[in-house]
Design a protein around this ligand. Structure first.
Ligand SMILES: [Zn+2]
Length: 423
């Protein structure tokens, strides 16, 4: 992408002035980013994976020095013959008031008995102005199943923002050139497991990051770096912690804990709440409380719904209450409450309650019993005064099935009369 505005044009021109990586820097990068291996076979032969020299060494130490090239080697017992590694290396520098982060891709390939091959290429530059404004220059990075690396022949250009440019280097060159704003920020050369870009950007874009760094609240800084604006709704409480010299050990739990305090309307400016002696216990206590609150609300909603259902049921079906008839063996009666229908569904193992039959305006639910034992549940259509279905335990039919339906239809005038009376 061609530089579009004045800011991008300025950075693009300045980037041409940056010196190439020096021999010393390259050497340092190879030494510090890549694990140097002394491959040991079962017979005690060690191969230096740097220069290819092999010798017999019977000591069992984990480290040794190659007698030929002098490399410090990590001794590894393995049958593996080929070693590959790729890492990023970062140089922190300054240019015309910009803080610049230069990222180099380093590739290592070694075969037992041969000299190791190294390769490096600068792939990303982040230019950050003292006010936090920034521009990224990078090579192309084709993504795909077979191409998980950079296109080293592509040109260095201004690129629109992508998370992949927020690189995690294996190491940072110890000699760093810092702009005065970074020098004043409390940065002492350590990134504290924060990506260099997230750290420098946060420090320049928001003075809260500087406050955290100087106060030693590294866990918080690490937690919010990358999404620093999220810190705003916690800042009042964080200031209380800093003032009370309270170190937040687990930023994520503390953040959740503050959210819980907020949920329960606690004073977020009060050290008694925001600086708990036992953070985990405090957090767990409020998590439990919140679960209980949600459960209680759920119960209240359920009983509210049950009450509403009951009222609706009574309103539409109460005119048929009290209907009961028998042929001497089978007794059929109208079910007269939501509770009654729920019980019928439980005992008969069918869905009469779960499917809200009691709320269907056209359905009336009857229960048919023999000797007081529920046999079948009958659904009657009120508009047509017809039996829609009659079902026994688990939706089966009983031996009384036909007899039940006949009995209901023979007594249909009872329903007809009630319907007429109500109308
Ligand atoms: Zn060697």
């Amino acid at each position: 992408m061609k530089p579009k505005n004045k800011f991008q044009k300025q950075v693009f021109e300045l980037s041409k002035k940056l010196p190439s990586i020096s021999e010393t820097q390259v050497k340092w990068a190879y030494m510090n980013c890549i694990a140097h291996i002394g491959r040991r076979t079962k017979k005690g032969v060690i191969s230096c994976m740097e220069c290819g020299h092999t010798w017999i060494d019977t000591t069992t130490g984990e480290q040794c020095t190659c007698p030929r090239c002098g490399a410090k080697l990590l001794v590894t017992g393995t049958r593996q013959r080929v070693f590959k590694q790729s890492e990023y290396f970062c140089i922190v520098t300054a240019c015309e008031g910009f803080q610049v982060l230069r990222f180099f891709y380093i590739q290592y390939y070694a075969k037992a008995g041969e000299k190791a091959h190294y390769f490096h290429s600068e792939v990303v530059q982040r230019w950050i102005a003292p006010n936090g404004k920034y521009v990224t220059l990078a090579r192309l990075r084709p993504m795909g199943y077979f191409a998980d690396t950079w296109s080293f022949s592509s040109t260095f250009e201004i690129r629109s923002e992508k998370p992949l440019y927020n690189l995690i280097p294996a190491s940072i060159y110890p000699r760093q050139r810092l702009i005065p704003e970074i020098k004043r920020s409390g940065y002492k050369g350590q990134c504290h497991d924060i990506t260099p870009f997230d750290l420098f950007y946060s420090l320049l874009a928001d003075n809260k990051a500087e406050t955290l760094l100087k106060a030693g609240e590294i866990n918080l800084l690490r937690f919010f770096a990358g999404n620093f604006h999220h810190i705003n709704s916690y800042w009042a409480s964080i200031k209380i912690c800093i003032r009370n010299n309270y170190k937040i050990k687990d930023a994520s739990i503390w953040r959740d804990y503050i959210d819980l305090l907020r949920f329960f309307g606690k004073d977020l400016h009060n050290a008694k709440y925001v600086c708990p002696d036992d953070l985990t216990a405090g957090h767990d206590k409020y998590v439990k409380k919140k679960k209980e609150r949600i459960e209680q609300e759920r119960r209240e909603q359920a009983s509210q719904k049950a009450l509403e259902d009951e009222n609706r049921f009574k309103e539409t079906k109460s005119k048929y209450f009290g209907i009961i008839f028998s042929d001497g063996l089978i007794e059929v009666r109208t079910l007269e409450s939501v509770d009654d229908i729920m019980k019928e569904g439980d005992i008969m193992h069918h869905c009469v309650f779960a499917s809200d039959y009691h709320l269907k305006s056209d359905s009336l639910i009857l229960s048919a019993c023999v000797d007081g034992k529920r046999m079948e549940t009958v659904e009657l259509s009120l508009s047509r005064l017809k039996v829609l279905q009659s079902r026994g335990v688990c939706n089966t039919s009983t031996e009384y099935h036909e007899q039940i339906i006949n009995l209901v239809e023979k007594n249909i005038r009872l329903f007809k009369r009630k319907k007429r009376m109500a109308a």
